[in-house]
Design a protein around this ligand. Structure first.
Ligand code: NAD
Ligand code: USQ
Length: 406
């Protein structure tokens, strides 16, 4: 298959590109390298030393003889260039990772909110619009998020995208309906993923586009089978307060002797998936395309749920790290329960990697190996969800200021 991987230089996109290339697919990475520019803006770098995309693809070719093509295109800004590329290359499938994906970064300032909405919504809409205009019948696989469902307790399992409801008709009878699960975003970033969902619904209904939306949980880990093959194929690993996700952050904090930064009571329960399973799920989704005219296919791409403070305690037991309970910079429920249906991927053969499989220790080893690259001043999460939260954090005498934990 000829596959375009939009955002193929990123944390999930790079191992996916390697995995599919390894299987013999013709892989084209399209990326504007904005993630690398954001590192420069924030003054941070990946924990792991990451080569340029050109160097990465050169090493891959040297190791395997396979070519991964790279195209520097901003799909949100350069619509005509992107459309021209799609027209010239007409891929069989398109995997769409190319969005600004950090909730704290999206909440940093009004400029960051604008950037995230403009970038993400335009990226997705440009893609859909161009596919229709070019009559390109490619299977579009989008990386969405579990966060579209929201993180408050609902007392029921989260279905895979759609909810069966009963409505009372005008004649007073009950009628069954299936609706998209109500969107309940917790950040500007998550909101853009909710907007994406509506764009997908429209284009599948109106133009018959074949779309799969993967509602992914928090990805943890670093290595996949292919990134291990050469040290210069290593994946990126974010640990900073904006881009580092909770489990990977706790692992690096443990490795550098920094107290684990639990927000609030740590009562938030979240969905998780290992990076190796993430690339496997994408492969399974590609093999199971909807037909033209089908509704958008939604999978919950997660394998287990954990409460944040339980994760901190687990890592603390493994590594003797201290746990710091900090004022929460986010506006989120203090506690939530989360039960998620993920039967579709399990039925297709996914055999999940779990935290208890010993991989946590392995990631601690990665974190220890590169601990010398960590800038401790970039560890605190300082992006507050509202002005009120920002000033509460600054003024609260009971808590250390976020910046002063060390
Ligand atoms: P990432 O930031 O590492 O990668 C995204 C890539 O897209 C980057 O290389 C970036 O340069 C590129 N990009 C962004 N805007 C672009 C544009 N306008 N044109 C071209 N390229 C552009 O993010 P990631 O962690 O690899 O996540 C990939 C996708 O998966 C995202 O859409 C994210 O929302 C989703 N997701 C990630 C996680 C996670 O835990 N990392 C969890 C759930 C969902
Ligand atoms: N948290 C801490 N301490 C930290 C960092 C985070 O307690 O040092 C808490 C947060 O308050 C939150 C939870 O951990 O309750 C998760 O935060 P996160 O940064 O790991 O995850 P999130 O902001 O939700 O975003 C990440 C990815 C995003 C993806 C999402 C999947 O950055 O791209 O969409 O996970 S999900 O969470 O399922 O919506």
């Amino acid at each position: 298959m000829k596959i375009a991987i939009l955002g193929g230089d990123g944390f999930v996109g790079w191992p996916t590109s390697l995995h599919l290339s390894d299987q013999g697919d013709e892989v084209h990475v399209i990326d504007n390298l904005s993630r690398r520019w954001i590192d420069a803006e924030l003054g941070v770098q990946s924990l792991t030393p990451m080569d340029s995309i050109q160097e990465r693809t050169r090493i891959w070719k040297q190791e395997t003889g396979r070519t991964i093509h790279f195209h520097l295109i901003d799909i949100a800004e350069d619509y005509e260039v992107f459309k021209g590329w799609l027209d010239d290359n007409r891929p069989d499938a398109i995997i769409h990772f190319a969005e600004q994906r950090a909730a704290p970064y999206s909440m940093k300032s009004d400029q960051h909110k604008n950037y995230t909405v403009n970038n993400n919504v335009n990226a997705t809409h440009h893609l859909l619009n161009a596919m229709v205009e070019l009559e390109l019948d490619a299977h579009l696989v989008h990386l969405g998020t579990m966060g579209v469902y929201g993180y408050s307790s609902v007392g029921a399992a989260i279905p895979e995208g759609y909810l069966d409801v009963e409505v009372e008709t005008l004649s007073g009878e009950k009628a069954a309906q299936e609706i998209l699960y109500p969107a309940n975003p917790g950040s500007i970033y998550h909101m853009t993923k909710c907007l994406d969902q509506l764009l997908f619904q429209f284009y599948a209904k109106n133009d018959g586009l074949r779309i799969t939306d993967l509602h992914q949980g928090i990805v943890w880990g670093t290595h996949t089978e292919q990134t291990r093959r050469h040290k210069q194929l290593i994946n990126r690993f974010d640990y900073d307060g904006d881009y580092g996700t909770v489990l990977n952050r706790f692992l690096i904090q443990a490795a550098i002797g920094y107290p684990l930064t639990v927000h609030g009571t740590g009562g938030q329960t979240r969905a998780f998936i290992h990076i190796q399973d993430s690339v496997r799920c994408i492969e399974l989704a590609l093999q199971n395309s909807p037909q033209r005219g089908d509704r958008v296919k939604v999978f919950n791409q997660m394998t287990e749920t954990h409460r944040v403070r339980d994760l901190a305690e687990l890592i603390s037991r493994l590594t003797d790290a201290k746990v710091a309970y900090l004022p929460n910079p986010r506006k989120e429920a203090a506690e939530n329960d989360l039960v998620v249906k993920n039967g579709q991927f399990l039925q297709l053969g996914l055999d999940p990697i779990r935290l208890e499989d010993g991989l946590l220790e392995e990631v601690v080893d990665v974190a220890k190996a590169f601990a010398y690259r960590v800038d401790r001043s970039r560890v605190p999460a300082v992006s507050a969800w509202t002005r009120e939260i920002a000033s509460e954090i600054e003024l609260d005498p009971e808590h250390p200021r976020l910046k002063s934990v060390s």
